[in-house]
Structure formats: C-alpha cells, structure tokens
Design a protein. Sequence first.
Length: 258
Amino acid sequence: MTFDDDVVLETKDLSVFYGGKPAIERVSFQVPRNEVIAIIGPSGAGKSTLIRCYNRMNDLINGVEIKGDILFEGSPLYAPEADPTEIRFRIGMVFQRPNPFPKSIYDNVAFGLRINGIEGDLDQMVEESLRKAALWAEVHDRLGDSALTLSGGQQQRMCIARALAVQPEVVLMDEPAASLDPISTQAIESLIRELIEDVTIVIVTHNMQQAQRVAKYAAVVMTDESRVGELIEYGPTEQIFGTPKDQRTEAYVTGRIG
C-alpha cells in the first residue's frame, strides 16, 4: 500500500542482521502523517527490531548491520551526515515498561528540553507536555516528587510527556500498555487517539483489540520458514482484520496461529 503524499516515514527494502544472521528482510511500507500505524505479529517476528530502526536505537547494539533505508521527511535516516541524536529527538520512543529517571516528575519531563538546549519558558513547556499526556491534573501539585512515586500508568504517561516535550514529529510505542492494568490501558489508548492531531504514532502491540481500537493502518510482520521476519501485509486496519488478503494474516488475527 502506498500513499500519494504526506508520508512522514518510508521504509525501503529494509533488512536487519545481528551478528550476520537476518532478523528481518526486505521490509517496505509507508507511514502517513498524523495517523496511528500498528505493527502486529507473533513474538519473535521482528516487530521491535523494525520499530527501533526508526530512531536508530539498533545502532547501539554490537554486531548489527542494516541494509536498505528509511526516509524521514524524504531524507535518508542512515545517511552518513544524519545525526542520530537529532533523529531521536524528532522521533521519540516510549518503551514497553515505564522507564522514569530517578528524578522529580518535573525534571523527568524537562530532561530532553535541557540537554537539547531548547530555549523558552521551561515551566510552561513542562505543563503543556503533561497536559498533552493527560497527567497535569494528577501531578500539578507534586512536580517536585520523585517520578518513582507515580503508579505504573502514571509513569507511562509521564514518559509519553517526556517524549512529547521536545515536540517530535513521530512517537514510537513498543507495547506501551503491556504492563498496565485495564484502566491505565484505556487511558493510554485515549491519549493515543488525541495525540495524532500533533504527531504520527507507530505502535507495536500484541493486543489485537487494541490495534483495532487505535490504529488506522496495520502492518503484519511474521517469520518465514527460516525464522526471518518479513512484512506479509499492510493496509487499513479494518481490511486487515475483516478481509485480509494473506491466509497467514487471517490465521493470526483469528487466533489460529501466534
């Protein structure tokens, strides 16, 4: 599936190798701006490997080799002149488990602003980020408290606020609700639907119902006979779950495999 215009990310024939062994091979698809795209598939299919290519997190792993390319706003992410640090500010990341720093709530949200030298009213930017993450009302009178005192769901929303503070164009979410209770999960999903007014979201999830609730498009990643991940289908979420074109997709979304 291709889009005529307004594509923020384009994966082009992407392959990733760890120690010479392929993890994913020849993945190509486009991510349209200000939408939610879910990456789904069985465990071990390479979903996290794929999403971590978008902000060059895989660069930090010894022995990784990446072939093909990803275009971000039309420019190659892996060009020699591309700055990985700048990329990680423009393409934020929220991990499966909340990872607050052992600092105050305020200092957590302000962290990226400070180290990136972003000028402006820091108090206002922290407040705006917490409001976007639907957390301000719960923490506005305790910003000096340790972020570790927050509940799991609150910590995850704070991590989202921290990612949003530097005003990224894309936010990657790797199973952001996997360790949360149903109420916190609902809060995260509501937040995702609100955030696409300002950012594009790529989310990895094993929760089929979650993918259907939050994503407009879905990419299905599965392994071949050699246990190498590949993109087998990409399209509107309604079509992926309702009338999939690939028999493997149908088997996965109906629970017969995976």
